[in-house]
Ligand binder design. Sequence first.
Ligand code: GDP
Ligand code: MG
Length: 743
Amino acid sequence: MSKAPEHLIALAGNPNCGKTTLFNAMTGARQHVGNYPGITVEKKEGICHANGSLVRLVDLPGTYSLTAYSMEEIVARDFLVQDRPRAVINIVDASNLERNLYLTIQLMELGIPVLVALNMIDMAASRGMEINSGELSRRLRVPVIPTVARTGNGKDELLGAAVDLAEENPAWEPLHISYGPDIDPALDRMEREIVAAKFLTGFIPARWTALKYLELDEEVIKKGRGIDPRLSAKLEETGEQVSQHLQKTLDSYPEAIIADHRYGFIAALLKEGVVKQSQKADRLFFSDQLDRVLTNRFLGPVIMMLILYGVYQFTFTYSKIPVGWMEAGFAALGNLADSALPEGPLKSLVVSGIINGVGGVLGFVPLIVFMFLAIAFLEDTGYLARVAYMLDRVFRTFGLHGSSVMAYIISGGIAGGCAVPGVLATRTLRSPRERLATLLTAPFMNCGAKLPVFAMLIAAFFAAKEPQVMFLLTILSWTAALLIAKLIRSTILRGPSTPFLLELPPYRLPTFKGLLIHTWERTWQYIRKAGTVILAISILFWALMSFPGLPEIEKRIYDQERSSIMAEAPEQIRKDLVEGKAPAGGAGKEFEAYRVRLQEVDFEEAQAALRNSIAGRIGTALTSVTKLTGFDWRTNVALLSGFAAKEIIISTMGTAYSLGRSKRGEDIPLGERLARDPGWNPLKAFSLIVFIMLYAPCIATISCIIRESGAWKWGVFSLVFNTAVAFIVSALVYRGGIWLGLG
Ligand code: GDP
Ligand code: MG
């Protein structure tokens, strides 16, 4: 039996063009998801049959272009160049042809055999557009097959044509576009030099490489310097000359001129007879009218604040209910383990280490679902592009991008968000530098887990000025984030800002199913992680705070204390205490008194054990440094534990201050206890607030930073750098305050 021929075929297209839908329609369940080696971009592969051949279909990440502006773009073109699929199916959104063809043109310039899936023709038709696919195919000189991915219409023809093309196996034949009199001569010269030196020509057409040198493509230039430093330097120099000339004559850059010519080429392609517009696009008119209001210089920002506030409300208000369910579920699981397992380290590990740790992470899931849903909605309607457009100027001053604002807001920019979804929200940013700067600074916002800690400290020390202090903290966190972004962007992440290339897409109503699919895809990525990194680190933290425990002699002292309390108690009460049930009637008060005394011994023991634990010892050792910020060992341990999750700070401080209940068995609020403590004062409290606001992000956030940036070093960086920043600012606050006589 002969084996069926096998072809590797790639799917490429802009985000939202229907790529995933088409991929699913073609491969059904025969697919699997992995990662591209070494990075975090997802790689989807599937198998299907057509014309007696087996097709291995790879769904490339959605990209607008093949420049090196984003990880997705780099991945897509590296795959094309290195894995050399027999053909590329380029999916274009027929209702947005001009923009989608930009990628098509670049694929053709690369020379790889392309066929175009003219998708969403149903949508185009409903907008009064009729596209002559035969004419488009003749002008592009590649097959063009109309499809409706949602219904599967046209997918068999498409697959058949793709297999035909793959079987024909034509040589790569780069499309040659003219870039005008300022660029073409230099381009030709560079091309000749590249061919003569056989520079990368085994993989990439010479003209493409030359173009990349003109576009200042860092990836290609880096590779070039490694292979042939002398030629690379020469090409870079030519690029520099062209760039300077264009700046002088046209006040523009090669990148921009190249993009202009590509769009010009597309405009010419589509001229007369390709697209027939029956009703002069009502929708575009509608979009323009809407933009007059929504991006109005005065009204725009106001509406934007309202909408962003609405997103924030939606995410954090409506997710409360399912978050509550998750918490209740994990609490129940904790109780179950608590009663099922015997007393000892195993129980402590399962309850405090595993269930609490993973529960804390999975507890975020509803929040993330709601946030992604809100973002997907803003993105799919086209509004997010307007937000980015309006804020771009302000954010650009700080080396960021208009789209950075979303990540900040989600992270707690209006007080009470979460940096985990905030970091994930940076995916809308295309430039890796701006994206990194955004995700490194988003954790400075005041997330929902910091708020209870702030609320406790503010109530205790600034009771009369609660709203003012809270407002001040919001301002402080934005100032810190923007200034530090500026610092990062002018030092370690130095480089130009990406030009704001995105045109404003027309407004449209997204489909519910589409929103759900996108939300689920993103949420699942987050859940997968909770099982691994975060579990490991939760266990580590549990161990730090539990070991080595108290020495036997000390334990015995507490046991003796408990025994003597028990011995004092009358027979019946002792029995009830052992069984742990409160008696009814008059004996209740006396029982309660004994119970509280026993509990106090437990608390003291817990405090002593914490102080003796590795974390406690670290906290104690750190006091030599933290005298500058005014923190004692208890605060230090609490801050260490806050690294696992900020809300834990309160419970750790509770344990460290050995309190839980008063003699009458009521809760003593931690804040009250601190307010009465002579070791504390408003200055110390403020110094602590500032520190908590700025120091290392929690584990969940750090692991997201690592995942999203694709490098461990950025997780470590945010840990070390943020803590250093926090320390410096707190020390300035505390020492400055003392100097001013406030302490
Ligand atoms: P991707 O980002 O390229 O993977 O796009 P998706 O496959 O997620 O599709 C984006 C949205 O467009 C989804 O809501 C799809 O249901 C919808 N969609 C995809 N193909 C078509 C089509 O041919 N016609 C219409 N009307 N909608 C489509
Ligand atoms: Mg997709």
